[in-house]
Design a protein around this ligand. Structure first.
Ligand SMILES: Cc1cc2nc3c(=O)[nH]c(=O)nc-3n(C[C@H](O)[C@H](O)[C@H](O)COP(=O)(O)OP(=O)(O)OC[C@H]3O[C@@H](n4cnc5c(N)ncnc54)[C@H](O)[C@@H]3O)c2cc1C
Length: 392
């Protein structure tokens, strides 16, 4: 890939709304992405290999459990800082951000919120340092948008449980040390449990041939009579509401992350348009290209403001799931549209790995589908404003 010349756009001086700590944390992540992610990410995506070399760096910038208390190894930051870190990581690559999102919001968050003190002590510090990587198993082959229909199940055997079933499309599964898995008990109630690599009957085959999120490993979780010790059940919350709370936290991070991908595409296209000469002048001087660039920065600015406000609400513990859905949906669509327009500004160069745009565009095809599809988030907004669920 060409040298990373990224300059973050801040058209409405939103930095003035951030604290010194936010800017410090954000800039550290920004510098790290430039130094450690940009030089290696194109090859990792082309090779379809998760770059394990960046795991310790992700831990150092606080990307694993940014808001988890320091006593458990987290960074003890607020929601705005968490969002800013996700924005910067996804500026580099949505697959790398996915790894950080899963680790923080889908593995550490449920252990922190619903786990026993012993589970928190055992797993959180190792997850925060990157010694352990985790994954989150909710989606099944026959239950994606409708996870409540899951058939993965646990049976109480007195001194332990037995887990059977399969999960699909699971980020990080091929190398995860632990999996937070959602399964139904004999009463049909959804429970969260921690499955450890090495447990007999537990396997994690990788899913190949993805055109999207190629630098993030995706796979299955297969449970064939896996013996689960009772102390591995998350004791403090059950029902579908438990995984949905995890998804709220991850979707909030995605709303920020998508802005990062959009900012990178816009910045790349702006620089290219100013340098690329056709018909004796830079293409940035033509109205058609200016329309594209002007609309991009307008949409990025609107998304930045929406997400900053959402961060404020999250800090006050007032953000609703529907507000998070709206921000995730809006920002991912905004980013994918910007990636497509930016790609065109680069002409033929836009389809090469010399620039990040095509990789962002392909990554965003997953981001618009996972953690609730674009349609489902619209239906959540529809339900919120009308009071009528249109899912069924
Ligand atoms: C790269 C990647 C990584 C992922 N990582 C994880 C992970 O770590 N953990 C995990 O648990 N899952 C993960 N997922 C799964 C992801 O969350 C699901 O793919 C997603 O929830 C959609 O489910 P589905 O693919 O089965 O689509 P389906 O639910 O089958 O939907 C297919 C289409 O039908 C539409 N649709 C569905 N229901 C309705 C309805 N009621 N009304 C109108 N339209 C509807 C959808 O919007 C979609 O367009 C990942 C997916 C990808 C692609």
């Amino acid at each position: 890939m060409s040298q990373d010349l990224y300059q973050a756009p801040d058209y409405f001086q939103l930095d003035e709304l951030l604290t010194e700590e936010h800017i410090l944390v954000r800039d550290a992540a920004r510098e790290w992405v430039k130094r450690e992610v940009s030089p290696i990410i194109e090859k990792a995506a082309q090779d379809a290999k998760f770059p394990t070399s960046i795991v310790s760096g992700l831990a150092e910038i606080g990307a694993f459990g940014p808001y988890i208390p320091e006593e458990y190894g987290g960074a003890g930051l607020d929601q705005m800082a968490y969002g800013l870190i996700m924005q910067e990581i996804e500026r580099g690559d949505s697959g790398v951000r996915s790894t950080a999102s899963v680790q923080s919001s889908l593995v550490m968050y449920p252990i922190w919120k619903f786990g026993s003190e012993a589970q928190k002590q055992k797993y959180l510090p190792k997850l925060a340092s990157g010694e352990f990587l985790g994954c989150f198993g909710l989606t099944e082959p026959d239950f994606g948008s409708n996870p409540g229909g899951m058939v993965t199940n646990i049976k109480d055997m007195g001194d332990h449980y037995v887990l059977n079933g399969a999960k699909m499309w699971i980020s990080n599964s091929p190398f995860a040390d632990i999996a937070v898995v959602w399964a139904k008990n004999e009463q049909g109630r959804i429970k969260g449990l921690i499955v450890e690599r090495g447990m007999k009957g537990f396997s994690t085959p990788e899913t190949h041939n993805k055109w999207s999120l190629r630098a993030s490993a995706t796979g299955e979780l297969i449970f064939d009579n896996v013996k689960i010790p009772k102390e591995n059940i998350l004791p403090n919350k059950d029902g579908l509401g438990a995984p949905l709370l995890c998804l709220d936290s991850a979707r909030y991070g995605i709303a920020w992350g998508a802005i990062g991908a959009a900012m990178d595409c816009y910045d790349t296209a702006l620089r290219y348009a100013k340098e690329r000469v056709q018909f004796d002048k830079p293409i940035a001087g033509y109205q058609l290209q200016q329309k594209k660039l002007a609309e991009m920065i307008t949409e990025i600015t609107k998304a930045q403001l929406l997400t900053w406000r959402l961060g404020t609400l999250r800090n006050e513990d007032k953000a609703t799931s529907a507000q998070i859905s709206m921000a995730k949906r809006n920002n991912v669509e905004m980013a994918i549209n910007i990636a497509r327009e930016a790609r065109q500004i680069l002409g033929a160069m836009g389809i090469t790995g010399e620039y990040s745009i095509m990789r962002h565009m392909m990554n965003l095809e997953s981001v618009i589908t996972y953690e609730g599809t674009h349609d489902i988030h619209l239906l959540i907004t529809g339900m919120d404003i009308t009071g009528l669920p249109a899912f069924k």
